[in-house]
Design a protein around this ligand. Structure first.
Ligand code: ATP
Ligand code: MG
Length: 290
């Protein structure tokens, strides 16, 4: 890694650490003025719905999330439940920040088409936001990481999204329906338990080495997906994000199979939701609206 790439990840790690301290808590990072420009991101994920709020300089202020099953493989399967969760998250964030959140941006996995963008917009609007735009998830992650040249792999609950960039230009954006849920399924199969129970065991830090031995082939498959799907040479650095990579052996295993070095930031599950908020360029509190 060059010094510039290293400092990119260091800066991202600082913002992720700030965000992780306040997420779902009772205090924002700092007090918010009533006329401040705020940016809100909404990530309707397979595993959780995350709401993030940044200030005008893209510094995290607050965030809230709830686990859900309203989205499957990046597609909303329960509209009403998604809206209810989002309304709760909005109310919580407004209570903690002391201002109303007016606008927001959402995201979809790449290549899911117009229809899925429209549904995400509808969920955001039904939760009483003005939806500014819908972006694709790995590109939002790259925005947060300030990647000019490189590759972002976002491995969530149901999907693996890949985007490659050269000199600030998006070269390729791809999506494959494999994620952390598939790791839980493999674990469930090997232990003859249901996937909900496997999910809990998978996240138990005490079980990590035992679990990783079972799910290692899924990680290797994710590396193979990345290698085979990207049509051109994979640009470096390769930054891997998403909740599914929360294992200490993930990056060494992934890098070895990919035969290229990969890196991860701290709290990788928050990178995409924070990146989505950066696209909400016109968010203001109500008091500042004309
Ligand atoms: N500590 C952990 N150890 C292992 N896996 C974890 C851990 N925490 C979260 N995960 C897994 O991460 C996945 C969720 O990641 P993320 O929050 O990035 O997904 P999502 O954005 O909801 O899904 P998608 O992007 O696929 O729609 C789940 O499969 C979950 O089991
Ligand atoms: Mg995601």
């Amino acid at each position: 890694m060059t010094v510039k790439q290293l400092s990119t990840l260091t800066a991202a790690n600082q913002r992720l650490t700030e965000f992780a301290k306040v997420v779902n808590g009772q205090q924002p990072v700092r007090k918010v003025k009533s006329n401040e420009v705020l940016r809100t991101g909404i990530d309707l994920g397979t595993s959780s719905i995350v709401l993030t709020v940044l200030d005008e300089d893209n510094q995290p202020l607050y965030g809230a999330f709830e686990y859900d099953h309203a989205v499957r493989d990046g597609i909303i399967v329960n509209f009403i439940e998604s809206v209810q969760i989002l309304k709760r998250l909005k109310a919580k964030a407004e209570r903690v920040l002391g201002v109303e959140l007016v606008t927001a941006c959402g995201a979809v996995p790449p290549g899911t088409g117009e229809g899925s963008s429209r549904i995400v917009t509808n969920v955001i609007e039904a939760a009483d936001f003005i939806c500014q735009q819908i972006v694709d998830e790995p590109t939002a992650a790259a925005e947060f990481l300030h990647i000019e040249t490189g590759t972002v792999v976002d491995i969530g609950g149901g999907t693996t999204g890949i985007s490659t960039f050269k000199n600030g230009k998006l070269m390729e954006v791809l999506d494959e329906p494999t994620g952390g849920f598939h790791m839980s399924l493999v674990l469930a199969g090997s232990r003859h338990i249901d996937s909900d129970k496997a999910e809990l065991i998978k996240r138990d830090p005490e079980m990590e080495s035992e679990v990783f031995a079972v799910i290692r082939p899924v990680v290797e498959k994710m590396a193979t997906i990345t290698r085979t799907m990207v049509k051109t040479e994979i640009p470096l650095p390769i930054i891997v994000v998403g909740g599914a990579i929360n294992f200490k052996d993930f990056i060494p295993t992934f890098s070895k199979s990919l035969k290229l070095p990969a890196e991860k930031p701290v709290y990788p599950q928050f990178v995409t939701p924070l990146g989505i908020a950066m696209y909400d360029k016109k968010n203001r509190s109500t008091k500042d609206r004309d």
